[in-house]
Design a protein around this ligand. Structure first.
Ligand code: 1PR
Length: 537
């Protein structure tokens, strides 16, 4: 890393380099990527931001001849910061991928979170740290939560207690940060942890600069993994061809029925920046016409992502059009290539809609996962935490559940003809086409295929402001072990509190109320906090 004064150097070796680069740039540093083994020894500060699967990461380190230089660098007590997988790789090994040896610098093995505890896995979101001792990086963080996303973790043991700087709790205590001399590693992502993460990075890069954050641990707030509040930007080109943030009612985004103008609620990059400043825990972009256009042809969307990621230091999800595609010249692009382009442009996760429905139908038809679907390929390459499935269901009432082949639940309000039961039909192409698969079936199938999270919309409630469809969310969240994001229908802060009190949703997303500035993100978090729901206020 070079400071503005050109004094320091630091080199990242692998992983989600773009977010780290953006965070360092924000702090006034630039960085040089490690391109060959010799670069490691030359670094004055080395950042190792690992993402993805353990076995693949170790294989790459071995193939490129990085293992020994890395060990030597760390053992020489030079400034080092490992992030996420960059922490796990320092241990003796991991049970991920059937058991793999690691760098062996820290005693202990990395294990999977126990899904039998009833908590969604991956562990995704903002969690508290429990410091084991005093340290300048921890001082810079204070009592603020940091952003985690992982299915595996290292546990504190008597053998590694000298290394453990802080733990966090998610069903079990796990190692959140280690430190010895100038060597640090964090399970959380400082580059995605808002101001707290930037302060930690600043303190790592410049030991003289310790922006101590007031420690208010005794303030009595509800601790632990926060329920996330997500701002969503539905993006599409308007009739003049400009990419705008739009918002529909029951997915109709035109002003007054068919023929009206596409509603314009703002510019994507500016709005994303505003939501970051206002405390959104994540920002999601949905390219809502991606199902019919080729997303890589949609260069403005990639540009939106690049620019947004320069100033937004919380996770960014992007969806729309993630599928394989053959262009007019016959060139074939795999879904993985499309997703990779989004990741390279600054996305942390991709969200798959229509293509996930087709993949789930195929999985249910054949009873097996053949490894070819977009979900499987992207999950294998980037880790399941990077794959969100966006479901667009519509409620269907039935009089007799015994005559229905879908997962029916007793409806709290009867249907138009007095029906007492209902199920939720999945749709594709932005709600335009209903399919013979229900939301619960789809959720189970995509979990089996390797999805890491579900974004559960609801066409009936979209834009209505009357609250989330609690019955739908309960049915889906109870059927899977991966986190579910409740979406569609938020109108007031209490709707968020309600969805967390009555369902297992791990996050709740809203669009219209935030775009129209009817409700602030802060007021939502305060309402949750006052009612005992852990929130990152
Ligand atoms: O099928 O992989 O190309 O993905 C298309 C993506 O675009 C899907 O995620 C799908 O949900 C989304 N999408 C398609 N058409 C529309 C539309 O509105 N016409 N938007 C659309 C979906 C739903 C939510 C919305 C919440 C909250 N929008 O994202 O933001 O309902 O809104 P609210 O708080 O205002 O009620 P593919």
């Amino acid at each position: 890393v070079h400071t503005r004064a050109g004094a320091r150097r630091c080199q990242p070796a692998a992983g989600n380099v773009r977010s780290v680069r953006n965070a360092l740039r924000k702090l006034g540093y630039t960085l040089k990527e490690v391109e060959r083994p010799e670069d490691i020894a030359k670094a004055e500060r080395l950042i190792f931001p690992g993402v993805g699967a353990y076995a693949q990461a170790m294989e790459i380190l071995q193939k490129r001849g990085y293992v020994e230089p890395l060990r030597e660098y760390i053992q020489a007590n030079k400034p080092f910061l490992g992030i996420c997988l960059g922490l796990q790789l320092l241990f003796e090994g991991s049970e991920e991928n059937g058991g793999v040896e690691g760098l062996g610098l820290v005693p202990g093995r990395v294990v999977q979170f126990d899904t039998s505890l009833g908590l969604p896995v991956p562990h995704i979101g903002w969690n508290d740290l429990s410091p084991r001792r005093e340290d300048r990086l921890l001082k810079a963080v204070g009592d603020r939560r940091l952003y985690f996303v992982h299915s595996f973790c290292a546990q504190p043991t008597p053998q590694n207690e000298d290394w453990v700087l802080a733990t966090s709790h998610y069903g079990t205590d796990f190692i959140a940060a280690i430190q010895k001399g100038q060597m640090y590693a964090t399970q959380f992502h400082p580059e995605k942890s808002g101001a707290a993460g930037l302060d930690l990075l600043h303190s790592f890069l410049d030991p003289q600069n310790v922006p101590a954050h007031a420690d208010t641990r005794s303030d009595g707030r509800t601790r632990g993994l926060a329920k996330r509040v997500i701002a969503c930007l539905d993006v599409r080109a308007n009739d003049a061809g400009d990419l705008v943030v739009t918002k529909g009612d029951q997915y109709d985004v035109r002003e007054s029925g068919n023929g009206g103008e596409v509603r314009n609620l703002g510019m994507p990059v500016e709005l994303a920046g505003r939501y970051f400043e206002e405390g959104a825990d994540e920002v999601t972009f949905l390219n809502i016409t991606g199902f019919r256009d080729f997303p890589l042809g949609d260069l403005p969307m990639l540009e939106v992502l690049r620019r947004a990621s320069e100033g937004v230091f919380v996770p960014l999800t992007v969806g729309g059009g993630i599928r394989e595609f053959t262009d007019t010249e016959g060139k074939h692009y795999s879904a993985l290539e499309v997703a990779s382009e989004y990741f390279r442009s600054g996305a942390d996760k991709v969200s798959i809609g229509s293509d996930a429905v087709y993949a789930a139908e195929e999985y249910l038809r054949t009873g097996k996962a053949d490894g070819k679907s977009a979900i499987e390929q992207i999950s294998w390459h980037y880790g399941k935490q990077a794959v969100v499935i966006s479901i667009d269901p519509r409620r269907v009432y039935v009089a007799d559940p015994a005559a229905c082949t879908h997962t029916c639940v007793k409806a709290s309000q009867p249907g138009p003809a007095g029906e007492q039961w209902c199920w939720w039909q999945c749709t594709v192409k932005g709600g335009r086409e209903g399919r013979n698969i229900d939301a619960v079936q789809l959720a189970r199938a995509v979990e089996a295929l390797g999805a890491g999270e579900i974004l559960l919309n609801c066409i009936d409630n979209d834009g209505a402001g009357k609250g989330f469809d609690l019955e739908l969310i309960r049915a889906v969240a109870d059927a899977v072990t991966i986190p579910v994001i409740a979406s569609s229908g938020a109108g007031v802060p209490s709707h968020f509190t309600e969805v967390f009190q009555h369902t297992k949703a791990a996050a709740a997303l809203a669009a219209g109320i935030f775009h129209r500035q009817e409700v602030t993100i802060d007021s939502v978090k305060k309402h949750m906090d006052t009612n005992g729901i852990p929130a990152r206020v």
